[in-house]
Design a protein around this ligand. Structure first.
Ligand code: T1G
Length: 668
């Protein structure tokens, strides 16, 4: 039994206990209805307090049921049964009341929440809309302005804000159960508010919906947000029953959509990635202090990411001038967060107070973890680790932030190999969620477990990557860029390729992204490899860098960035520079361009999977979504490929897929 009913005097306490988060599975929905029947049938019961056991009140519908047809009792019926119960129900909320959990709470006559509770409607993040009255009851409680923000924004609110907007009636002081029992007893002595279904709602001002729709359309993140707005609009125009019917039809339609399937795929992939099965039961080491070597953009970003978790950080640079620059870099990043109101001034002061910048490596002697983020050159990195070995505690974990070098070469022949690990952050490191964790063959399991625990503490999405050039993300990026240049060679225009990828859902296309980051970074890597005797093909980007076209920072890259121009402009110089290399191939539509480039990414992903560099296809999807801007609502290149299926791949690629990709596609 996941739902129990016990009595405290004349108040029934109905407790939902379905670990891990009381998701509203079919059985749980039936047991809630049974509890409402039992409470109504018991003449001694005057009111019902509804609580959740464990970490959350109710986390929402059971998302794992969404790949199957909906089974009765359906959640709207459960909510209606609670709402029409003879005895008033009081939702006693802790942890989280999200989606269907919030909708159940809206079916209750009152809502009381404990401090630290998150309440809201994350459905749009799953590609659906609330499906059990969220878009119809919420405006009746908090008005349309707040309801639109809650439902289309998808971001939960805390108990203070929930109380302020009227989503809850009270914040529990002390023990939630006792507070709810007292609240229930007090409520019985007062006039009972009408159920939300019976309340009218004032329509919003003229122009409200157009403004909201314009704002949401700019986000361009799939269809769910705009469809949720349409449900709220219906709730303003139609009666309760008609609005509920519209909402339910929209929910059922979206629940079956590719976008919702993609977002569910990512939802579960993120959770699986944070808990690799091979680390189950392995205790991470405690991290109470950290060091970062290198105060450049990456090092300062990593230091800030660590500081934001409250860790004291020692930032080491080679000399006073570099140390001063490192501190300035850190200050600039913190200042940027203050400007964006992500941290307050006092928090900014605290972030700075916990950072000490030094040129003395022995200052790292007591750090539990040290992350190297110096210049991407093997000799420079080896020197850093040789020195760290001499001063750090034997149980300190030493990590390299290298983005494509082989960590084994960096630390070969140095100290205890079990303590090294690759932690590849993405710039800006205090913002980007992806963290590629690259174990060496000798990395100790608890060192790896500590890396994953650190990722969770940093709020990052960790993905374990094997060792190859570029690990997972940069290896696919290299393939993506080469494929984009191939399309150039075949005659496609730079601006058309970028537009096609923005149309697919990327914030930027491959060429504008290179201009943003700088063409010279990859160019230097290629030149380094060529100098080391590796057979590295000439790229079209090489031609541009050699004439100084390094991107935005030089005012010219794949595009021209004239001061006067409002936006980057296609460059005639680039046309001349590349004229000898681009031919008049068949022109491709935007869809065909996107299909081609995403397929090339998927083909590289299939090779990465076949080589064991990635443990699972879903990990590759997480890397692309959280590290490279692949649209989340497309699910990632591997998910997208598996949904497109093998038969369309020959067309997309313009050639038969590789054996690895064909094998991946046939595995289904
Ligand atoms: N359904 C199924 N499983 C879920 C789940 C859910 N809603 N939420 C979490 N899990 C699993 C998760 O996969 C993981 O499994 C474990 O629980 C712990 O999750 C009709 C249509 C509540 C804030 O979107 O935000 O209601 O990996 O690691 O960090 O209108 O879980 O252990 O096997 O995230 O403590 C709307 C999603 C659904 C909330 C807790 N609800 N969940 O965080 O644990 S749609 C949501 C969360 C809906 C209605 C609509 C978080 C949490 P495993 P976790 P956590």
């Amino acid at each position: 039994m996941a739902v129990t009913l016990e009595k405290d005097g004349s108040i029934a306490v109905v407790t939902v206990d379905s670990p891990p988060v009381n998701a509203l599975s079919r059985d749980l929905r039936q047991e809630l209805i049974d509890a409402a029947e039992a409470a109504d049938a018991d003449p001694d019961i005057e009111a019902v307090v509804l609580m959740g056991a464990g970490r959350a009140f109710i986390a929402g519908a059971d998302v794992s049921e969404f790949d199957r047809l909906p089974e009765p009792p359906h959640l709207p019926d459960v909510v209606a049964r609670i709402e029409t119960a003879k005895k008033p129900w009081i939702a006693a909320i802790h942890g989280a009341a999200l989606g269907g959990g919030m909708e159940v709470a809206l079916g209750c006559r009152f809502r009381i929440a404990a401090p630290g509770t998150r309440l809201g409607f994350p459905e749009v993040a799953l590609g659906v809309v609330p499906g059990a009255g969220g878009t119809v009851r919420t405006p009746r409680l908090v008005g349309f302005d707040k309801a639109v923000a809650l439902v289309t924004g998808g971001k939960p609110v805390g108990e203070e804000e929930a109380k302020a907007i009227g989503l809850i009636d009270a914040i529990a002081e002390g023990d939630l159960r006792q507070a709810a029992l007292s609240f229930a007893r007090a409520a019985l002595g007062k006039p009972m508010p009408s159920p939300l279904a019976a309340r009218d709602v004032a329509a919003p001002h003229e122009g409200f919906w157009v403004e909201a729709e314009t704002r949401l359309a700019k986000r361009g993140e799939g269809a769910a947000r705009l469809r949720a707005l349409a449900c709220l609009k219906r709730a303003a125009e139609a009666d309760f029953a008609a609005a509920m019917a519209h909402e339910r039809a929209t929910f059922l339609e979206l629940r079956a959509s590719d976008e919702a399937a993609a977002l569910r795929h990512v939802f579960f992939a993120e959770r699986a990635a944070s808990r690799p099965p091979e680390l189950k039961g392995i205790e991470p080491r405690p991290i109470r202090s950290a060091g970062v070597v290198g105060g450049g953009t990456m090092g300062a970003g990593i230091a800030l990411a660590l500081r934001r978790t409250g860790l004291p950080v020692v930032l080491l640079e080679r000399d006073e001038a570099a140390a001063a620059r490192g501190l300035d870099n850190f200050r600039d990043l913190v200042g940027g967060m203050v400007k964006r109101a992500l941290v307050s001034e006092p928090e900014a002061d605290e972030l700075l107070a916990g950072l000490s910048v030094t040129t003395e490596i022995r200052a790292l002697g007591d750090a539990d973890l040290v992350i190297e983020a110096v210049f991407e050159e093997i000799g420079v990195k080896r020197d850093v680790f040789a020195r760290l070995d001499g001063v750090c505690r034997p149980d300190a974990i030493l990590a390299t932030n290298t983005s494509y070098l082989d960590p084994r070469r960096i630390v070969a022949g140095l100290g205890d190999p079990e303590r090294y690990v690759g932690l590849h952050f993405f710039s800006p490191a205090h913002v980007m969620k992806l963290l590629e964790i690259v174990p060496l063959p000798e990395t100790a399991p608890e060192v790896l477990a500590t890396a994953f625990a650190l990722a969770a503490r940093l709020g990052k999405v960790p993905v374990k990557a094997g060792i190859c050039e570029g690990f997972i993300g940069n290896r696919i990026l290299k393939r993506y860029r080469a494929a984009a240049e191939d399309l150039l060679r075949q005659g496609a225009a730079i601006a058309d390729i970028d537009a096609a990828m923005r149309g697919f859902g990327f914030r930027m296309g491959p060429f504008e992204a290179q201009d943003m980051g700088g063409l010279d970074i990859a160019y230097l890597q290629r030149e380094g490899a060529r100098a080391a005797g590796e057979p590295v093909l000439e790229t079209l980007a090489d031609i541009l860098v050699r004439v100084g076209r390094k991107g935005r920072k030089t005012g010219a890259g794949w595009y021209d960035y004239a001061e006067s121009a409002a936006a980057p402009t296609p460059s005639s110089e680039v046309g001349e520079l590349l004229a000898a290399h681009v031919g008049g191939g068949p022109s491709l539509s935007g869809e065909a361009i996107a299909a081609r480039l995403v397929s090339e990414m998927a083909e590289e992903g299939a090779a990465i999977l076949a080589e064991g560099i990635a443990v699972a296809a879903k990990d590759i999807d997480l890397v692309e979504i959280h590290g490279y801007g692949f649209p989340r609502w497309r699910g990632g290149p591997m998910f997208h490929a598996s949904r497109r299926g093998a038969k369309r791949f020959a067309d997309d690629l313009g050639r038969p897929p590789s054996p690895a990709l064909a094998a991946f596609l046939s595995a289904g």
